[in-house]
Design a protein around this ligand. Structure first.
Ligand code: HEM
Ligand SMILES: [Ca+2]
Ligand SMILES: [Ca+2]
Length: 300
């Protein structure tokens, strides 16, 4: 029941208001583009795209392992929501705002643009358990694929959406297992290209600060492009869950060909990415919802 004109009368300037606020946020910190699309992903995979990720409280998804000390951009969403509420009070859901902000983040970083169907409702509950079950960088490819299939996404979606790792940062904590003693054999991940390996060993030394970050795409850190896939062909994926799309045994019959195709054609990547973002943004929350006044708490 999502549609393109649902707010045409009730909030005619919505798209421009969100765009303007995302531009301001990126001017303050370019990385925020990456952080905002990741929030949308972490929202949609848990109870559907219902802004559950934005809720504070005891069962907050913000406290789940993949999010704690990692998910960011909540203040930016609050600011966008305030601007939207000023123009059209009580009309636009936080889930729609997050979806629009993710779309704008991609476009403003040099990626494709698409129209976003709107009308999502904000959920009434968070689900910390489910957030703990988000795809992990330490999982094998079959497990990651299974988690996408569980929300009705497919293998093409896995590869295309992983292309979002073309921008943003990751902490040593989520890839340092690859650097020194990968499988317990006392050697690094053999699929990690050696010059990147030695650089990362310096950035993330044994016993160092696990909160230090490295760019997910070293060659075009802030640009939304297909460089992520070129990296994978060279063994320069930062996370294990990135590199296995190209280098694992299972990849041969599943994801490797798509990685190669996207590395050759940014157009193809942009087309498939757009399609997959729309599919991810349509993951529904079966339960009832509302239009939250404050994205952090349900209405009373
Ligand atoms: C395929 C399974 C995925 C895994 C295992 C995964 C894992 C991760 C991890 C571990 C980080 C670093 C977090 C940190 O160190 O704080 C990260 C960052 C990021 N992820 Fe993913 N991710 C996946 C899919 C996706 C998808 C589908 C999207 C969006 C469409 C996405 C967008 C991002 C972005 C943009 C960042 C950087 C965020 C920032 O700089 O604040 N990821 N991801
Ligand atoms: Ca959600
Ligand atoms: Ca890039």
């Amino acid at each position: 029941q999502l549609s393109f004109d649902i707010y045409a009368k009730s909030c005619p300037n919505l798209v421009q208001i969100v765009r303007r606020q995302v531009i301001i946020a990126l001017k303050a910190e370019i990385r925020m583009a990456a952080s905002l699309i990741r929030l949308h992903f972490h929202d949609c995979f848990v109870n559907g795209c219902d802004a559950s990720v934005l809720l504070d409280g005891a069962d907050s998804e913000k406290l789940a392992i993949p999010n704690i000390n990692s998910a960011r951009g909540f203040e930016v969403i609050d600011t966008i929501k305030d601007a939207v509420e000023n123009a059209c009070p009580g009309v636009v859901s936080c889930a729609d705002i997050l979806t629009l902000a993710a779309r704008d983040s991609v476009f403003l970083s040099g990626g494709p643009q698409w129209r976003v169907a709107l009308g999502r409702k904000d959920g009434l509950v968070a689900n910390q358990n489910s957030a703990n079950n988000l795809p992990s960088p330490f999982e094998p490819l079959d497990a990651i694929i299974a988690k996408f299939v569980a929300v009705n996404l497919n293998i093409t979606d896995v590869v295309a959406l992983s292309g979002a790792h073309t921008f943003g940062q990751a902490k040593c904590a989520v890839f340092s297992n690859r650097l020194f003693n990968f499988t317990g054999a006392g050697t690094p991940d053999a699929t990690l290209e050696t010059s990147l390996l030695s650089n990362l060993q310096t950035v993330c030394p044994l016993g160092g600060n696990s909160n230090t970050t490295a760019p997910l795409d070293r060659n075009s850190t802030d640009a939304f492009d297909n460089n992520y896939f070129k990296n994978l062909l060279e063994g320069k994926g930062l996370l294990s869950s990135d590199q296995i799309l190209f280098s694992s045994d299972l990849a041969v019959n599943t994801t490797k060909r798509l990685v190669e195709a996207y590395s050759r054609s940014q157009n193809l990547f942009f087309r498939d990415f757009t399609c997959s973002m729309i599919r991810m943004g349509n993951i529904a929350n079966g339960a009832s919802g509302e239009v939250r006044k404050n994205c952090r708490v349900i209405n009373n």
